[in-house]
Ligand binder design. Structure first.
Ligand code: ADP
Ligand code: CP
Length: 317
């Protein structure tokens, strides 16, 4: 066996958009920094499975093909599941390479493996009738509405930040490549998987079939963490802690909440739908399925300190 599992915790990390940026060039620079924080954890003996978002990237790939196909006769239409797989491929490549380079530079005896992942969803998931997942770039209202008309897509305002295309975001039921991820973790690999939540697929009599949608990566990471019996689910985003009365003069940071407190805050509307709400819901899913586990929401910069229990918002059963 060339590598050995670390002596520390096994954690599933979900990386938010700020860890990746908006273009492949920007991303290449940002992932060096992202990798440094992940390798800090690996150096402390932690076993890491990394998942990441893909909303801006899958939208960019899809748009680029749609634009080219409309303007020349050589570019084919690119189906949405294939665009999702492409986004997993290039983001996973950059992340895996940056982590590997840092691991080698620090002479840590570990390596990386990147898996293009499929995630089973239900064909009758109501999400297919109500698209909510923002993809691609932000637009002003006028541009968004014109694009919606021209390209027959749905657009919505995204949490006060501008207008974006939205697609269906069904609930992840099963990660097809789960066994491979588990075995690689046991063999001491740092695994990049379930990028963009995994390419959504239906399980049919004839086999798996991709479907145009984007699964929430925090929800898929929660599923991965509970199936793996991972000690922690770590959701990394732009804020150090989840807050009540967010962005108001009464804002207060939450250091720890139980599932029932989290549900109370959800009922009060404390967490914005489309941003913090799905993260808190993913944490609830994970600790309910695996009550021995702890979920942590914090920023990339605070990740290693958060794992040591020094900061972030912890959600427990
Ligand atoms: N109650 C809250 N506490 C903290 N942040 C919140 C809250 N409600 C909404 N947010 C916002 O949610 C953002 C995280 O969601 P988002 O940007 O969609 O995540 P991602 O990092 O996965 O791209 C935070 O950066 C913050 O701006
Ligand atoms: N798939 C996904 O959750 O992507 P974002 O985090 O970019 O929205």
């Amino acid at each position: 066996m060339p590598y050995q599992k670390g002596p520390g915790k096994t954690v599933v990390i979900a990386l938010g958009g700020n860890a990746l940026g908006n273009t492949p060039q920007e991303q290449l620079e940002l992932v060096q920094n992202t990798a440094k924080h992940i390798v800090d954890m690996i150096e402390e003996g932690t076993n890491v499975v990394v998942s990441h978002g893909n909303g801006p990237q899958v939208g960019m790939i899809n748009n680029a093909f749609a634009y080219a196909a409309a303007n020349d006769d050589k570019t084919p239409d690119m189906p949405f599941p294939e665009a999702g797989a492409m986004s997993q491929g290039y983001i996973g490549y950059q992340l895996s390479q940056a982590i590997l380079n840092d691991v080698k530079a620090r002479e840590i005896p570990r390596s990386t493996a990147c898996i293009v992942t499929q995630t089973v969803v239900d064909a009758d998931d109501p999400a297919f009738q109500n698209p909510t997942k923002p993809v691609g770039a932000f637009m002003d209202e006028e541009t968004a509405k014109a694009k919606a008309e021209a390209m027959n897509i749905t657009v919505k305002e995204d949490a006060g930040r501008g207008w974006r295309q939205v697609v269906a975001s069904p609930i992840p039921r099963r990660i097809v490549e789960f066994d491979a991820v588990r075995d690689l973790v046991e063999d001491g690999y740092v695994v990049v998987s379930t990028g963009g939540g995994g390419v959504p697929v239906f399980e049919t009599k004839g086999g798996y079939v991709g479907t145009p949608a984007v699964i929430d990566k925090d929800r898929s990471s929660a599923l991965m963490a509970s199936e793996l019996n991972a000690d922690m689910l770590v959701i990394l985003t732009a804020v150090e802690k989840v807050c009540v009365n967010f962005n108001t003069p009464e804002q207060e940071q939450i250091s720890e909440m139980t599932v029932s407190q989290a549900r109370e805050y959800i009922a009060q509307g404390q967490f914005a739908p489309g941003s913090m709400l799905p993260k808190v819901e993913a944490c609830i899913d994970y600790v309910e399925k695996y009550p021995e586990g702890k979920a942590l929401i914090t920023s990339l910069e605070c990740a290693a300190a958060g794992l040591r229990g020094e900061t972030g918002t912890v959600i427990v059963a």
